[in-house]
Design a protein around this ligand. Sequence first.
Ligand SMILES: Nc1nc2c(ncn2[C@@H]2O[C@H](COP(=O)(O)OP(=O)(O)OP(=O)(O)O)[C@@H](O)[C@H]2O)c(=O)[nH]1
Ligand SMILES: [Mg+2]
Length: 391
Amino acid sequence: MHDLNPAEVAQRIMKEVKQKIQGLNKLNVMVLGKTGVGKSTLINSVFQEPIAQTGIGKPVTSRIKKYEKEDYPLSIYDTPGLELGGENAVDELLKEINTILKKSVEKNDINEAIHCVWYCISSTSHRFEESEKSFINSFITEAKQYQIPVIVVLTQSYAKKDTAQLKAEIEKEELGIAEVVPVLAQDYEIDEDYVARAFGLTRLVDVMYEVIPESVQNALIAVQKVNRQMKNTKAQAIVVSSASLAAATGATPIPFADSFLLVPEQISMLAGITAVYGLPVDQATMTAVISATIGTSGTTVLGKTLVSGLFKLIPGAGSFVGGAISASIAAALTAALGEAYIGVMNMICDGKMKADDLKTNEGKQTLTAMFRQKLGRKRDKLGKPVDAEQF
Ligand SMILES: Nc1nc2c(ncn2[C@@H]2O[C@H](COP(=O)(O)OP(=O)(O)OP(=O)(O)O)[C@@H](O)[C@H]2O)c(=O)[nH]1
Ligand SMILES: [Mg+2]
C-alpha cells in the first residue's frame, strides 16, 4: 500500500476535489432588472461556469427562471425580458419575488435560501427612475425582513462621470441597499480608437462576500472568476494549515522510507486549492503535477523521491538527523508544493498556460522550477514563509 505512484495519488486528489465541491453549500443569487440592462452579461462575466448562458433555466414563475448545474454550488434566479410597465404586471412580479424570497428562507436550509439580490440598473439610463425606485422600495422591505442583502449594480458603466452621478442619486434615497456598485462587465467599444475597459466586478464580489452568510463564502470564492485575490488568499490559507498539519505528522521522527505519511495532507491541500480556483484540472494533469514536484516517474514512490535530495534545497535542512524527516522539512515540502501549485493556477488564470500544458515536458519543467524555487524559501517551523514574496 505504500508504493503509491503519481497516477494513484492523482486519482485520490480528483476524488477529493469532487468531494470538496460537493461539500460546499450552494450560493443562491437573485438577479433583477429591466430587460437589456445587462443581467446575463453580468452573470456570465462574474461566474466561472456560464450557467445562465448554456443552462436551460427552469421557470420558477412565469417571469422568474432558475439556473443551476448539477454538482455546482451556485444557482441564479434571473428575470429575463422584464419590463416595468403596467401597474398590474409590476404588482404581480413583486408578489412573485416576495413569495420566492419568503419560501427560500422558510425552508431553513442554507442551500435553498437566497443569499443576495442584485438589482441591476443601466448607467445609460442617466437617472434613477421613479418606477425603479418604488420597485426597489417594495421588495427591499421584504428582503430586509428575511435578512437578504440587496446590492444595486450599475451596469454598462462606460461613462464614469454619469455613473458617479447616478450612484450619488441612488445613495441619497437611503433605501437600505448594501452598496451601489458600478460595473462594466465586458469591455465596451466606444469607437475604433477608444475601448472602455471592464471594471468593478472585483468590487462586486468583495461586497457580496461581506454581506452573504459565512457558510456560503467558500462557494462564492470558488464559483466567481473575477476576484483573483480572493482565491489566492483562500488558497494560501489552505497551504498554511496543510503545512502545519504536515509538520505535526513530521514532528515524530519517521524514517525516510515512511515519508509518504505526508501524502494525506498534500492530497487534501491540492484538492482544496483545485476547488478554490475552479479550473478544469483532470486526472492526467494532476498526475503531471505530482510527477513534476514530489514524484518523478510513474513508478516512483513518493516517499523515496523525497529522499532523493529535494530536502537539500530547503534552507536549514542540514539539521536533519538519523534518517528522520523533521517537522520543519515536512512543513517546507508541503508549503512549497502548495505554493508552486498556486503559482501554476495563477498562470492558467492569466492565460499564460493551459491546464493541459502541464502534461508536456515544458509545462512540467515550469512547475518543477517553481517548486524548487519555493523549496528554497526561508520559512518558520510551520512552513510559513518569512520572506516578503506573496506566494
Ligand atoms: N460591451 C458591453 N456590452 C454589454 C454589457 N452589458 C450588457 N451589454 C450588452 O447589452 C445587451 C443586453 O445585455 P443582456 O446581458 O442580454 O441584458 P439582460 O439584462 O440579460 O436582458 P434580458 O435577458 O432581456 O432581461 C447585449 O447586447 C450585451 O452585449 C457590458 O458590460 N459591456
Ligand atoms: Mg438576460
